[in-house]
Design a protein around this ligand. Structure first.
Ligand SMILES: C[S@@+](CC[C@H](N)C(=O)[O-])C[C@H]1O[C@@H](n2cnc3c(N)ncnc32)[C@H](O)[C@@H]1O
Length: 203
């Protein structure tokens, strides 16, 4: 059962038509973010699995024994994610609140990705602490966000898209929240046309 009161504001799954137009090559995105073959990854707030499927392909590359956990509050989206990853043997699924990550995921992860969601998290420092609790030493926390551009300047298929302008976060704002929770910023990767990936290493 979905718990709407726990849904982070402004984080509904976008429609596939414009999402695919915006992110035509999710495999390249995942590689650019440093998610590598053999990693144990978590796709936090995975939605319909658009990026989870790319992670599943990537971590299994070169016969590596990687794995991915997809976690989302919405069981209907998780079903879609499961279908998107059909055939990949190393995917597991968790229906739950991202804020409970530390209780929901017991194994250590090499990386945790949160894409297109961090802008809406009411307690982002608490979420960063939860991520820290499940990462291996030297593991990565990767935050993919819309750049802090006015919404009317980020059209896709002819319409303004993404969260409200005032919810958008510059990389420095994410850094100020995440680093005090046990991380160091390693890199900010540009993901044109409108996104960046902030990659943090667990200290
Ligand atoms: C904008 S979508 C992004 C999905 C995916 N990361 C992507 O980039 O394609 C945000 C997702 O976060 C999920 N979500 C929102 N609040 C959540 C929470 N408290 N715990 C777990 N998932 C949540 C929503 O159900 C939705 O699938």
């Amino acid at each position: 059962m979905t718990l709407p009161e726990k849904l982070f504001p402004a984080t509904l799954m976008p429609d596939r038509d414009w999402w695919q137009a915006l992110w035509p090559d999710p495999d390249a995105t995942i590689a650019a973010l440093g998610i590598d073959p053999g990693m144990a990854a978590v796709d936090l707030c995975c939605g319909d699995g658009y990026f989870t499927a790319a992670i599943a392909r990537r971590v299994a590359g070169d016969s590596a024994a990687g794995s991915v956990i997809g976690l989302d509050l919405d069981p209907g989206l998780l079903q879609q994610a499961r279908a998107a990853c059909a055939g990949a043997a190393h995917c597991t699924w968790i229906s739950g609140d991202a804020m409970d990550l530390g209780q929901l995921v017991t194994a250590r992860a090499d990386c945790v990705l949160i894409a297109n969601t961090f802008h809406g998290v009411p307690d982002p420092a608490g979420l960063a602490a939860a991520v820290s609790s499940i990462l291996s030493p030297g593991g990565r926390f990767i935050v993919v966000n819309w750049h802090a551009l006015p919404r009317e300047q980020t059209p896709v298929l002819g319409l303004p898209r993404g969260p409200k302008s005032e919810m958008r976060m510059a990389p420095a704002a994410v850094r100020a929240i995440v680093e005090p929770r046990g991380f160091e910023l390693e890199a900010v990767v540009e993901l044109p046309p409108y996104h960046y990936g902030a990659i943090f290493v667990a200290a």
